[in-house]
Design a protein around this ligand. Structure first.
Ligand SMILES: [Ca+2]
Ligand SMILES: [Ca+2]
Ligand SMILES: [Ca+2]
Ligand SMILES: [Ca+2]
Length: 406
């Protein structure tokens, strides 16, 4: 008898605890659409498995015994794309070269174009050679929505290009045409042998697989079956490490590509009338001429979730002259030292939360203040920027509220 009273008392106690104190003991998991690591809806079982493998590979931290180095910036993709989002400026990477005004030399013999600031134990890290005059500091962008960006037909992007500003609106976006690495395809691209670039801050890469393979080799010092040679360290006369190449299989690269391709953009925040007013202003003063609210994909051969859907990315994926303040003097494909690809703004409302409370905007994460990011827009964007600066304080706030709803 006594014992069963005790048990009942205990159960009642636990029950009270569960009903009353639950929220204070456990933080609820983030909801669908509130993070950057959700798959697109409608993947098949096999596709979900590939997504999960790619997710794991993206998070993997390499050790020296697994091939990290000889030179590297960080040991994992996730180091610079935490939770698949933007990087903290402490993991920014630097590229360098020599811009003579008429030509650009990526200074391969001095370890260019990327500075790897870390290396194997006992090996000196790279330094920027004294004769480099183009130094480009880059922070890692968000990596969701890559398959949607990849599936927008070239024609839809090119339709918005206006290289000589023939419609006289002051905006002359142009495409970056770039060559493909030979491990991607031997086929010459449709534009004088080149392809339409869409990845990277200057749209310097046309293929997602190339973006991933290069990240492994340049950022982590990891060779892959696609590119089984180490990034050399000419400043120290070192060609590799002791780990046999390739250090990562083509299957793993393909899983990571699949993961990025099927990572869904987060859901948009609440559309209050205030936010809608901000969106209207965003259009009125010309922000939406480059930050195009929606593009549409074509037909995808194997992933139905990527076929004929809207892509609310807030970018035209074109290059724009952003003026002196943002210029880096660094040339990439056809992009010059003043041009940058319009940064997609989707997911902006979650950037702060993803980095523990502070977000970092622009290509090098130079500011945490959205107004400052807008003020830095020069060159082709001077008109839209001035339009913003001339808004009343309450209109400015509505526009910022709109950005924070994306
Ligand atoms: Ca290696
Ligand atoms: Ca280097
Ligand atoms: Ca124009
Ligand atoms: Ca190796």
């Amino acid at each position: 008898m006594k014992q069963s009273y005790l048990i009942i008392g205990f159960l009642v106690g636990v029950g009270l605890l569960l009903f009353s104190g639950c929220e204070t003991f456990f933080t609820s998991p983030p909801e669908q659409g509130e993070t950057f690591d959700q798959p697109l809806d409608g993947l098949t079982r096999d596709q979900q498995l590939a997504f999960a493998r790619g997710d794991e590979a993206f998070e993997k931290r390499f050790s020296f015994a697994e091939g990290l180095g000889p030179l590297f910036n960080q040991p994992a993709c996730e180091s610079c794309h935490p939770s698949d989002g933007k990087s903290h400026p402490r993991t920014n990477l630097t590229r360098f070269g020599l811009n003579t005004g008429t030509s650009f030399d990526p200074l391969l013999e001095s370890g260019g174009p990327q500075l790897q600031n870390r290396s194997l134990p006992g090996v000196p890290a790279e330094v920027i050679p004294a004769h480099a005059n183009a130094i480009s500091v880059r922070s890692g962008p968000v990596v969701f929505g890559m398959g949607l960006i990849e599936s927008i037909p070239d024609s839809a992007i090119l339709a918005r290009a206006d290289p000589s500003d023939s419609d006289n609106d002051g905006i002359s976006g142009r495409a970056n045409f770039v060559f493909a690495a030979d491990y991607i395809t031997e086929e010459p691209g449709p534009y004088n042998g080149k392809y339409l670039g869409r990845f990277g801050r200057k749209a310097g890469v046309a293929f997602l697989t190339q973006q991933v393979v290069t990240a492994y080799q340049q950022d982590i010092g990891i060779t892959t079956e696609y590119l089984p040679v180490e990034n050399p360290h000419p400043q120290a006369g070192i060609l590799g490490d002791d780990v046999a190449d390739p250090e990562v299989s083509a299957a793993t690269v393909n899983d990571v590509v699949f993961y990025l391709r099927t990572l869904a953009p987060p859901k948009r925040g609440e559309q209050t009338p205030y936010v809608q007013r901000g969106e209207q202003l965003f259009g009125q003063i010309g922000c939406a001429s480059c930050h195009i609210p929606v593009m549409r994909t074509g037909t995808h051969p194997t992933i139905s979730a990527l076929s004929n859907v809207d892509v609310p990315l807030y970018s035209d994926l074109l290059l724009h002259d952003m003026g002196d303040e943002l210029a880096d003097n660094f040339v990439e494909g056809e992009a010059n030292g003043r041009e940058w690809r319009t940064t997609p703004l989707w997911g902006l409302r979650l950037y702060e939360q993803q980095l523990g409370g502070t977000a970092y905007y622009l290509h090098d994460g130079r500011t945490s203040d959205l107004r400052e990011a807008i003020r830095a827009h020069g060159g082709e964007t001077a008109g839209a920027r001035d339009g913003f600066l001339e808004l009343s304080e309450s209109d400015k706030e509505a526009l910022i509220a709109f950005l924070r709803s994306l």
